[in-house]
Design a protein around this ligand. Sequence first.
Ligand code: TPP
Ligand code: MG
Length: 814
Amino acid sequence: MAKEAAIATSTSLDFESFKTEVLNDFRIACISREASLLGRKEVLTGKAKFGIFGDGKELAQIALAKQFQNGDFRSGYYRDQTLMMAIDQLTVQQYFAGLYAHTDVKAEPQSAGRQMGGHYSTRNLDDQGNWKNLMAQKNSSADISPTGGQMPRLLGLAQASKIYREHPTLKDLEAFKKFSNGGNEVAFGTIGDASTSEGPFWETINAAGVLQVPMVMSVWDDGYGISVPREFQTTKGSISEALAGMQRTKDKNGYEIFVTRGWDYAHLCETYEKAVKIAREQHVPVLIHVKEVNQPQGHSTSGSHERYKSKERLQWETDFDCINKFQEWILSFSDKGISIATEDELNAIRDEAKKSVRSEKNAAWSAFVDDIKQDLSDAIRLMKAVAAESPKSAVISAEVSALEKAFEPIRRDVMTSTRKVLRIVRDEKTASKNALGAWIKKQLSNNADRYGSHLHSESDRSALKIESVAPKYDGSETMDDGRIILRDNYRKIFEKYPEALIFGEDAGKIGGVNQSLEGMQDEFGTLRVSDTGIRECTIIGQGIGMAMRGLRPIAEIQYLDYLLYAIQVMSDDLSTVHYRTKGGQKAPLIISTRGHRLEGIWHSGSPMGMIVNSIRGMHVCVPRNMTKAAGFYNLLMAADEPGLVIEPLNGYRTKERVPTNLGEFKIPLGVPEIVSEGSDLTLVSYGSTFNLCEVAAKQLSELGISVELIDVQTLLPFDIDHLICESVAKTNRLLIVDEDVSSGATGYMLDKIMVEQGAYYHLDSAPQTLSAKDHRPAYGSDGDYFSKPSVDDIVEKVYGMMNEADPKKYPSMY
Ligand SMILES: Cc1ncc(C[n+]2csc(CCOP(=O)(O)OP(=O)(O)O)c2C)c(N)n1
Ligand SMILES: [Mg+2]
């Protein structure tokens, strides 16, 4: 590109300002590069465990950063250090703190040491868990490692701008000014060329084109995904060619697609300026294919690129090193008698970058080590005191001196030594032993905070702190279909929360396949109640991104069976966001679906064991009827964390009493309901099988068996106050019933009740479980009968347990 044009595109800056800007960009590029080079050394010398760096991607990110405004969001991946530095959201010291896994959030604000280096984020919540003013800062959603995993949420981050621009009331409400200024914010996505092979990439790209959201998608195309070249990844070996059909035309919406090169500073700047303007002003998604991006150090510290790159390609990495190219470009100005800088001046910038990065790295290391030093000196002092009082002082002293001599000891070394010493003196009764034991306990608790806090909200709006409100009834015993209770409850939610949105397959125009949203779109508009494509993964992504920008989305997944398409993003992204930022970000998304019963292999699923084990960090509600479901929605709306509500599929047309306080009553989480009291056996279930248990309990009472019937109501959290254990203490027998596979959610519940709650102590019979068959349920009512627990199965299972206990009273049936 011509130099004059480059100057002109720089938003008509005068030459001095232009020069300053260019040199500042050069400086950032050099600093970032030095951080990559030194970062690799830190890993190779053992000071950090793993390194993955942004070398070679500097220029494109600097060009992008120029267009990044306050309120904008990034959803990217591990190569984006330069972007984070250029938008002032990452210092070099913080960068190294991340590499070392410094657990102090002040030193390492990205994740407080929880994530590998190279995983970036901004702190969007204050210390109390409340939203900061996101319009006063540049924002990055927290990265995750699965390649392409940043894509679904990117869709929602971009869609939030559209909602804020087009929503009839939100833009005028003071409370939402911290999230948007009339929807002018852009969501910037970044991805590597190889990761565009992932399904979530294509799903997101298509959905953003359909939705027409302000998303600027950059592909850093360095030609490799670790060792696998682009030709094995992408049709035509080019993502922009493969996506060319998405290009918008005069009459049809679509994408604006740009192609540029990773070493061409002027063209990059020009491209980003044009591209972002289109996205920001017109809400049109944009793809920027940045080709010819370098990878000077190869993929990561896990291997060397000499193993798989040709000599020519390795030579190209040097010849087209983007910083060298940038330097050439700067120097070429002098041909025309205008000078940005001389070679000496540029070399001075490089030298200065080297020095400053080294000194910031040293500062990060000192801060990291200092944090551990205190623990180390306390541990040594306490162990020495133990040695002084113990007859085994020789072996303890050896342990102490090994720790004293250890090279760069970490917390694990300190803990291992102290715990070993405590074991050595386990039979001694000395004050020093007690002091050491107390100190170890305190350390375990401190480290539980360092490494284990913030899986859930710790704010005032934690779901566990929201007060429950019982459904009220006016005594008229009005009954209606479950779906009507849900629908009318949704209406109340939508009136109360202007930021509430619901979307999913068939959720809009027809009001859901079960009519639980009937008429909602007419009443609240297509922006708030909308149909989506068939794309469960990005329906959740829409929800995550919008929830990160102050909206309250309810993402509809048509059937529980299809949640599997979304489980990856729920597990990797949604469930971990609060934890992986140590409370720096949240996404209070509600996911609504329906499952259990019905018929056929893919319309009757209840894979609850898989679900509860993959989404720790979320709440999982398994209501047995729609009043309960509505109560969970109301509670989750008042809270600030994500939850999944699984409505019982066969409950939409079942009549229920209609509460008078729709939208207000709230069912607490983690509190089972003892639906009927009994003395012979505790029968535990949830959702649709609970209703079968209720029928079975009546039949059992005719057989002279008194069952205490408990609905667990939520699987995550599970029975916080151990009510089930109390029940078992009374009945001394336990049967758990559900329609997951064997050892699925029944195995989970059994562990909770027996191990965590200690109910084994009260048992007179072996605890039992009754679940569905391990095959998927066959179609039709007979398929259901022979695949899932029936009332007969439940009755006979309970009866069998009683027969074993008292065969005289309960003679064998078979
Ligand atoms: C889902 C998933 N599969 C595999 C990996 C392992 N992995 C990490 S990076 C990477 C290559 C990604 O290449 P590309 O997207 O081109 O990004 P680049 O590293 O080249 O910038 C792979 C396969 C992963 N992190 N996630
Ligand atoms: Mg690549």
